[in-house]
Design a protein around this ligand. Structure first.
Ligand SMILES: [Zn+2]
Length: 414
């Protein structure tokens, strides 16, 4: 016992005297990933332990520097970084350099001044420690994103004005052919392709990722809705990037959307489980154990995808939680029932009724909001279906028809 104690004390003293020899070399960079998108560029440094880092800007020319200390980086990772071709409007190039033995420097050559944010996520799911560096353009073309990211030029503008302009920009109405029964009121539909970026969502046995399927379906819905003069469509993400759940709901609220539809693909341990299902929010009890399990799983999306606390507007989040949602749930269930009837024509149903659970993504008090699980990606047959363009078109069409029926829109024939 005494001998063990002496060895332990000796080890502690050794590690204090020679920190670089003792434990510092055991932290390794496992991967460096890049998620470029319209909205922001996300750089992930995944390491076996917590990463010591420092970031700062340099001028003339504009550069962002990320120094990482006491770390081992494999030469293939360095090569991969050097081979990255950036097709982004505000990053020119990424370089990695060795400062001394175990200290590295990542340099981002910038075309313009940008905003950045860095934060660390503890291990979750299959990920180890992730140091996340988000780069935002100072000026975005999307006014809704600008409001959310609190960009200066939009800070003093009136929200109403911005929304009116956005709707005008989205207006694809051809005045010469405008012979259909239209009202001046535009119906604003927000389509939310689930997951994205670091968060793949559910993964099928053949490797199909939920995030890719749902983005493809969302774009198909958008194409269909664009044929309608009195509908304005907005996608919460347009590419493979992660958008935190509250940012998605904030987008819908800022737009004063008439309907919010979150698109997903389900998974279950039993590969035979199949069929589509539709969910509305529940403020207390879930309609089934599986619905609760699913909501818990979908709510973890922020942790896996990487929440950016910088962008969370606490006030908005609080308002969202405080407001009553009874009317919203009633309307959501009505739309959900129409959608189930449409989905029944093209696929099996997992549940014939609209189910309810506490989905964070559906916490939008004044906007009818539904979540549709298009099929089970964990079922090999349905994974194949989800991959087929034809079936994706059918799902998109079912959702399109639901919107037309719910809002009693006289359909444009073009
Ligand atoms: Zn999902």
């Amino acid at each position: 016992m005494k001998r063990q104690f002496i060895i332990l004390i000796s080890l502690i003293i050794l590690s204090l005297l020679f920190p670089k020899i003792g434990f510092s070399h055991s932290n390794k960079v496992l991967s460096i990933r890049l998620w470029p998108s319209e909205e922001y560029v996300r750089i992930i440094v995944e390491s076996s332990k917590y990463l010591n880092h420092k970031s700062f800007f340099l001028k003339n020319p504009n550069r962002l520097v990320l120094d990482i200390e006491n770390i081992e980086i494999d030469s293939t990772i360095i090569k991969n970084i050097e081979n990255i071709k950036i097709t982004n409007s505000y990053i020119e190039n990424i370089r990695i350099g060795k400062r001394n033995l175990n200290n590295f420097r990542l340099v981002f050559d910038l075309k313009e001044k940008i905003d950045s944010q860095i934060f660390t996520l503890k291990p979750i799911a299959s990920y180890k420690y992730r140091t996340i560096l988000d780069l935002y353009p100072k000026i975005t073309n999307d006014p809704i994103k600008a409001i959310i990211y609190n960009q200066k030029e939009y800070r003093n503008n009136k929200l109403e004005e911005i929304i009116t302009n956005l709707i005008k920009d989205n207006d694809h109405c051809d005045e010469k052919n405008n012979n259909i029964n239209l009202t001046n009121q535009k119906i604003i539909i927000v389509i939310d392709p689930g997951h994205g970026g670091e968060d793949p969502g559910a993964i099928g046995v053949n490797g199909t990722k939920e995030k890719d399927i749902v983005l493809s379906i969302a774009k198909k819905i958008e194409t269909l809705l664009k044929t309608q003069n009195n509908i304005v469509t907005y996608l919460t993400r347009n590419d493979d990037c992660f958008v935190p759940l509250t940012i998605r709901t904030q987008k819908a609220r800022l737009l004063k959307a008439n309907l919010f539809i979150s698109i997903h693909a389900n998974s279950w341990i039993e590969p035979g489980t199949n069929g589509a299902s539709v969910f509305a929010l529940s403020k207390d009890k879930s309609s089934s154990i599986q619905a609760k399990w699913l909501a818990d799983k979908e709510n973890k999306s922020d942790l896996i995808g990487g929440v950016n606390l910088h962008n969370q507007d606490e006030k908005i989040a609080k308002i969202l939680l405080d407001l009553s949602t009874a009317a919203q749930i009633k309307d959501s269930k009505r739309i959900g029932a129409i959608l189930l009837k449409e989905l029944e024509k093209i696929s099996k149903l997992h549940s014939k009724d609209v189910e309810q659970a506490e989905f964070a993504i559906l916490q939008i008090p004044d906007i009818p909001s539904i979540l549709v699980e298009t099929a089970f990606i964990s079922n090999p047959k349905e994974e194949k279906l989800l991959n087929s363009d034809q079936h994706q078109n059918k799902i998109a069409n079912a959702i399109f028809k639901t919107i037309i029926k719910y809002f009693k829109i006289e359909c444009n024939s073009n």
